[in-house]
Design a binder for this molecule. Structure first.
Ligand code: MN
Ligand code: MN
Length: 400
């Protein structure tokens, strides 16, 4: 925008209507899309003597729903397990991050595959598994995972997952692209079944007839014999090349009477270049204070408890939703939010961001840094009121 058109916009705003902005140097039509935020879709003219703008009631509804029940979704089921997903197509607000709950029966494996458009982050809920990953230099890692462990596979890197032992293994996956779908992963059985047999014969130097035995289609999660723990040998790479991170060994970055946040960013887990992820706990009565993230979208999967999330989407748009285990929340980058425990047990959340760098701005910190005369003017109340406000954010706290 040129200085000229910015002046035009300001003048139009002062005249009492954003609609008039269409008449400035920009010939673009009014292009607000729900979820973009940044300005009101419409606001009512300020009556004489009034100081507060009342946004049109329809704006509140215009903000897309940020609540999705992942676990009540329809799974993709194959012989060895299932996967349920939350993507932009069934959960439209989640443009930046998709999520999956994947369940592998004992003995089953998720076949060799890769993802063309997203990196993959995982948190193991129950059971044990072995993941193998290969990078473009040909370097591979074979790593064993148990509850509380995290993996990160960069976009496009080949990987597979095999359960270990006689128990099933299930985990939460998070992908740094909302357009990702488990129905569109690049699986090797799918690839082989779609390639002419004489080409396969030439490629591998194997007689074409051999490929008659191969499946037609995609095995995806394939049932199989149990891999005993004694045979699940690891080949671990040292940091920073390793794809495995023991999240529960990490000291929490926030740890107060209200709860805690354990988060593996690129700093703690160098492989995790495009995502950060971890677990947040809110004790009964605990609140994750009002804040926002300038650089990343935020994704939640609820493991336990009952939480209330209030989301602020600008321009009169705000929504409050309750989350229970199996639910997913999506908080677009820059949107204000707060989370509180409204139940009697701990709220535990698997939390991810689509940036390896964690950034946050807390409302309490910001207000504490602002002079009382400014806050008094903003809110139209006595400046002394703000002496009672916190002088620093605790990020998570509990009253009393
Ligand atoms: Mn994958
Ligand atoms: Mn947040």
């Amino acid at each position: 925008m040129t200085d000229y058109s910015r002046r035009g916009l300001l003048a139009a705003g002062a005249a009492g209507g954003l609609i008039a902005a269409a008449g400035t140097a920009s010939a673009e039509p009014f292009a607000a899309k729900p979820g973009d935020g940044g300005f009101a879709r419409s606001s009512n003219a300020l009556p004489p003597g009034e100081t507060v703008v009342h946004h049109a009631a329809s704006d509140i509804e215009a903000m897309p729903d940020f609540h999705f029940s992942l676990d009540s979704g329809r799974p993709k089921v194959t012989s060895g397990g299932w996967a349920k997903e939350a993507t932009e197509s069934n959960f439209p607000i989640s443009k930046g991050i998709a999520g999956v709950h994947m369940y592998l029966d004992a003995g089953a494996s998720r076949e060799l595959h890769w993802h063309a458009i997203a990196a993959e982050w995982a948190f193991i809920l129950e059971g044990k598994c072995q993941a193998m990953v290969i990078d473009p230099s040909g370097q591979r890692e074979v790593a064993n995972f148990g509850p509380g462990d995290v993996w990160f596979f960069p976009k496009g890197h080949g990987h597979s997952i095999q359960t270990i032992g006689d128990k099933p293994c299930h985990f939460i996956l998070s992908f740094d692209n909302g357009g990702f779908s488990e129905h569109g992963t690049f699986s090797i059985t799918d690839w082989v079944s779609l390639t002419p047999k004489d080409m396969l014969a030439e490629n591998f130097g194997i007689p074409a007839a051999f490929f008659d035995k191969m499946p037609t289609g995609e095995t995806y999660i394939m049932a199989g014999p149990i891999l005993p723990e004694s045979k699940a040998k690891q080949f671990l790479l040292p940091p920073p090349q390793t794809h495995k991170f023991a999240l529960m060994d990490l000291a929490p970055r926030i740890d107060t009477n209200g709860g805690s946040l354990r988060l593996a960013t690129q700093k703690e887990f160098p492989m995790s270049k495009t995502m950060s992820g971890g677990v947040m706990t809110l004790k009964p009565g605990g609140i994750r204070e009002m804040h926002w993230h300038p650089n990343a979208n935020e994704w939640h999967y609820y493991l336990s408890g009952q939480a209330e999330v209030a989301l602020f989407g600008s321009g009169g748009r705000g929504k409050v939703k309750t989350f229970i285990p199996g639910d997913v929340a999506y908080i677009p980058a820059g949107y204000g939010h707060a989370i509180r425990n409204v139940g009697n047990e701990d709220v535990e959340i698997v939390i991810t961001f689509d940036s390896g760098d964690f950034q946050e701005i807390s409302l309490s910190d910001w207000m504490a840094a602002s002079p009382n005369y400014l806050l008094a003017n903003n809110f139209g109340v006595n400046g002394d009121t703000f002496d009672k406000f916190p002088k620093a954010s605790q990020h998570i706290h509990k009253q009393g």
